[in-house]
Write a protein that binds this ligand. Structure first.
Ligand SMILES: Nc1ncnc2c1ncn2[C@@H]1O[C@H](COP(=O)(O)OP(=O)(O)OP(=O)(O)O)[C@@H](O)[C@H]1O
Length: 305
């Protein structure tokens, strides 16, 4: 469990975080979203005791990070995978961390296997790709099998296999009852991974909700295909709908005119049922009528505008 309570962090003249309050509960993956500079990393750094709050508190399992009895077994984090010194091997790096945290050597072997770095364990980190460094950072976070995981942009640099692996891993860790907080700018991936969302802007809370609730609030559009697109467009607009012509794949500019040819229309402001009824009344054949849910990216952009 993570609790952020009325947290403010000021750097010189920059108010990075301002009166921020939220909880991150166990058993779920919680996504932490915000535009560049919104204050996500600052919040994570304060939770991890790396930066001192200007006011307010951030607690892990009810206490400040520095007051945890067995920190490596209680919280694991990856903030910036590029910070790791490159001279050592992956094994030596993790072994040093394990030694400092009183963790057995066999766990180092295990975790290297878990993150897919067993084959590169003896290689110098300096020669690692960005994705390998990310995997190493995740390995370090998992070393103590902690109940709380905090990961800042863990997906960066991972290949599609790696992204899928991480998604499965984080979901299974949450299913075991762990607390998982992760930030990412990759909205599609976030929508596949997170159950809850904390969205911040300019250091302040904008949303603290579930993924399902957020998406249900944002009406998607309805995709309509009709050989009578022009007539149908007129009828839909007269009923108050907004109609866009779907862009053909590969087209560089959106088409604003509706041709007489069969075309896909994207309609907002009317339900699929209302569109079907209007089409019937106006004698327009319908070849497809598909409600589309708003994407997390669309919802995020609308909320944070
Ligand atoms: N150590 C620091 N000293 C001074 N200003 C800082 C420091 N760390 C962050 N800031 C400032 O605080 C604000 C919040 O930055 P932060 O890195 O927390 O945002 P973020 O949401 O993580 O952004 P990004 O998505 O770009 O990583 C920014 O204006 C940033 O320039």
């Amino acid at each position: 469990m993570i609790e952020v309570i009325d947290l403010t962090k000021v750097y010189g003249s920059t108010r990075a975080v301002s009166g921020l309050t939220f909880d991150v509960k166990p058993g779920q993956v919680t996504g932490f979203l915000g535009h560049n500079g919104a204050g996500k990393s600052t919040t994570m750094r304060v939770i991890l005791g790396l930066h001192k709050p200007t006011s307010g508190r951030a607690l892990i399992n009810g206490v400040r990070k520095r007051d945890l009895r067995d920190p490596m077994r209680e919280v694991g984090a990856m903030l910036d995978a590029t910070e790791v010194q490159g001279g050592r091997s992956a094994f030596d790096h993790l072994q040093a961390l394990a030694h400092a945290g009183g963790i057995a050597r066999r766990r180092v072997v295990e975790v290297l296997e878990e993150v897919g770095l067993a084959g590169a364990a003896r290689k110098r980190i300096a020669g690692f790709s960005h994705g390998m460094r990310q995997r190493l950072g995740i390995a370090a976070a998992l070393l103590g099998e902690p109940g709380v995981l905090i990961l800042d942009e863990p997906v960066n640099g991972l290949d599609p296999d790696g992204i899928r692996w991480l998604r499965t891993l984080l979901r299974s860790l949450a299913a075991e009852g762990r607390t998982v907080l992760l930030s990412s700018h990759l909205m599609t991936e976030m929508s596949l991974t997170a159950d809850r969302l904390i969205i911040i802007g300019r250091g302040q809370l904008i949303e603290d909700t579930t993924m399902a609730e957020l998406l249900s609030r944002f009406q998607g559009d309805v995709s309509v295909r009709s050989p009578h697109a022009t007539r149908l467009t007129g009828a839909l607009e007269a009923a108050g709908a907004t109609v866009r012509r779907a862009q053909a794949p590969g087209a560089s500019t959106p088409s604003t005119s509706v041709s007489r040819a069969e075309g896909e229309l994207l309609v907002t402001g009317l339900s699929a049922a209302a569109i079907g009824d209007l089409a019937l009344v106006n004698g327009c054949a319908i070849h497809e009528l598909t409600p589309r849910q708003a994407s997390l990216e669309e919802a995020f952009m609308e909320i944070t505008q």
